[in-house]
Design a protein around this ligand. Sequence first.
Ligand code: ZN
Length: 337
Amino acid sequence: MCASHTSPTTQPSRRLVGRRTLVRGAGGLLVAGGGIAATATTAVAATSQNGWPAGTSSEVPLSSVSVGAATFPAGVRTGDVYTVLRYVARQFDSTVEALYSPGCWGHSYREISGSTTLSNHSSGTAVDCNAPDHPLGASGTFTAAQVSAIRAVLDRCNGVVRWGGDYSGRKDEMHFEINVPPGDSRLTSLAASLGGGGGTPDPEPIAWTTVRSGDSGFRVRTAQYLLRQRGQSLSADGIFGSGTASAVRSFQSSQGLAVDGIVGTNTWTALVVTVRSGSSGDAVRGVQTCLSAKGFSTTVDGIFGSGTDGKVRSFQSSRSLVVDGIVGSDTWQALEA
Ligand SMILES: [Zn+2]
């Protein structure tokens, strides 16, 4: 986890013990168990650095977050915070770098390392993305292109989200947090513009449509294009024969997946490649094949130009996806459905 999550063994135990003496009563926070000296500071510290109420996972309302292959243990704060941070995680996954688990973190009741301020993770208003690759204190862990993609997400969030890579002091490049207090209209507006949803938790992960030997059609052809993109040698004829099964097994073996020659959810998830305007190749052919199959007729030429971009956006709009023209895991899944 990030800077904010120093190991419990390095933290003063006083505050955590003191926190447990607090119980919620009708009039607000009451102190049970003999009103120790830490009472006042503990009450103040029940707000995280950004002004949101902090607490343990039983005290903070949390919604689970799953994005692509990753989950954020404990989730993030329900409501508009959830809507925004899930958007950030999804955009990170599709435009910056594929998220993985373990390595992503949400709510965690911790003080900021080296201070007595409660981390924004304590209120469920921060996420860490791919922690092992972007460790606390390191800078330059993203390429220039990735930083540009991060900037695009931050711009879209209109100042509501702050990136740990922008901290003036110690950098925390894995870390993204809500940077406005509760009730701030900018947060409400942003969440509404992202589709809202408030406290609606993520639905259970939707299984991808499985294709296997004997199947034919656009899903098979798309799997074949993706296998080609991933370096396998086979023709994209839309017929799942022995050659395709062999290529699937070879791919599965290379990815450490169960080797069964069947393209199910895990194999699809590993096969898809994020593509966008300017991309070219077999993954783009796969997208174009799916678009046509879904009624968004597109020439299958492997070139992601303005025509394909327009069709992708129309498709995303029709499926209530984020309309950004980028085919990441969510859009791929909808295309393949
Ligand atoms: Zn963090």
